[in-house]
Design a protein around this ligand. Structure first.
Ligand code: ADP
Ligand code: MG
Length: 324
């Protein structure tokens, strides 16, 4: 840390604000949150490592937003309401021209969801951000991965695959025009956690998960935990106009195995279809039915014509898989 900005100066300047809901925020040995009656506390942690989860030269305002967004997305997937978060930061140097926009991007999203920064830790080291979020969910209403039921419809929010489309452009796997990049770049860099949707799905959906690693792998988590299978209609997967301009095989790859979409995938009984259509309208967020939960284990992916596709072609992201 430089002389002007030591560890505590840095915390004071960028990460300390008056508390709003928390009983005690930054500055003591622990933060204190008031628990709510008849609610469970939902807790989730996500770590973002430079060179692994983001390019080291990414703009700090974008990084600040995304680091919190991916955590809020986990609360959304549980149907929980955000309350507070902590931030553990490892920094190569205390550069205020970098820290100010990082805090700005993060705290703007925090304010949008009334999720307070109540503590953390700051150390010198390789660039790395770790956020822990805390949320509330009424007892028995959490959207758990193990709650899918045979016969449920499978739904996704928004569109799938744009984040992977942009990543492929940056990795020079393919090329996007200036206009295509402008249209899709925010999907990779500024994901919008579906917090309102998650809360609205309480009592409507059975199981839910947020799509961080790709539909194929993430839906499989629901199937395994719920001990069921699924039939997926690949032609039903929602697609942005930009992704639709690309060949079908690329489009399918981005939609099935592309990570970083942060949409919600959830299952709901058939009698909730009208409720979900009304909800989509109310939130101005498309909700698309993409398949069904089946008693036969495994995932079967079919085309409109009824052809069954081989899922091996889309490997979902796994940090410790052999392929990487
Ligand atoms: P301790 O030594 O008791 O763990 P620290 O000296 O690490 O406390 O931190 C002092 C206070 O600043 C604590 O309340 C801690 O939660 C808070 N804090 C430290 N780093 C951050 C950060 N990056 N963002 C928000 N709060 C932080
Ligand atoms: Mg500490």
């Amino acid at each position: 840390m430089n002389a002007l900005l030591d560890e505590f100066g840095l915390i004071r300047q960028f990460f300390t604000r008056p508390t709003r809901q928390a009983v005690l925020g930054v500055g003591d040995d622990c933060a204190l949150l008031a628990t709510r009656p008849h609610h469970h506390l939902a807790i989730s942690t996500d770590m973002l490592v430079a060179g692994r989860h983001f390019f080291p030269d990414v703009s700090p305002i974008t990084l600040g937003h995304k680091a919190l967004a991916v955590n809020l997305s986990d609360l959304a997937a549980m149907g929980a309401e955000p309350r507070a978060f902590t931030l553990a930061l490892s920094l190569p140097e205390a550069d205020s021209t970098w820290l100010a926009p990082l805090a700005e991007g993060m705290l703007a999203l925090a304010d949008q969801h009334q999720c307070e920064l109540v503590g953390g830790d700051t150390t010198r080291g390789p660039l790395n951000l770790c956020i822990t979020v805390f949320g509330d969910v009424p007892i028995h209403q959490a959207l758990r991965r193990d709650a899918a039921q045979i016969g449920d419809d499978i739904w996704v929010s928004g569109t799938l695959g744009d984040a992977r489309l942009v990543l492929g452009h940056f990795l020079q796997e393919w090329h996007l025009s200036h206009e295509q990049l402008a249209q899709t770049r925010p999907r990779l860099e500024r994901p919008e956690p579906r917090v309102m949707l998650g809360m609205a799905l309480r009592g409507v959906a059975h199981a839910a998960i947020d799509l961080s690693d790709g539909l194929l792998g993430d839906l499989n988590h629901i199937l395994e935990r719920s001990q069921v299978g699924a039939q997926l209609e690949i032609d039903a997967l929602p697609c942005s106009p930009t992704l639709a301009q690309h060949p079908l095989s690329l489009r399918h790859r981005c939609q099935m195995a592309g990570g970083d979409d942060y949409e919600l995938c959830f299952t709901a009984p058939e009698h909730q279809r009208q409720t979900l259509a009304a909800l989509a309208k109310r939130l101005s967020l498309p909700l698309t039915r993409i398949g069904r939960i089946t008693p036969e284990p495994g995932l079967q992916v079919r085309t409109q014509q009824g052809h069954v596709l081989d899922c091996q072609q889309w490997q979902s992201f796994n940090h410790f898989s052999q392929a990487r």
